[in-house]
Design a protein around this ligand. Sequence first.
Ligand SMILES: [Zn+2]
Length: 123
Amino acid sequence: MYEISVRAAFEAAHFINGYNGKCSRLHGHNWTVEAVVCGENLDKLGMLVDFKILKAELKKILDEFDHRFLNELETFAAENPTAENLARNIFRKLSTSEIFSASTKLFAVKVHESPNSCVTYYE
Ligand SMILES: [Zn+2]
């Protein structure tokens, strides 16, 4: 089994509605997102998924969030834009990409809110 991952980043503001603490105030993060793909079958070139293509697919999704106020987005109309909810949202969008197959799947999405805080979402 092979596991590969790519990272991409975006910058955005949010606040956590209902939180008792400073995260209830408007603030921003430099979010880093990692997409982890696993599978057993390599293509003719010996690749599971081309890093460049995987990164482009991830960036397409992150464009929705980059330089935005996350709480205002339709995606977060019914829930807080926490790292957890971002990770699930990104996972579900990215997992529908045509680059995946029955044998090569998106395994997890990791969202780093800061260098020391990370959420991993998988299904
Ligand atoms: Zn925050």
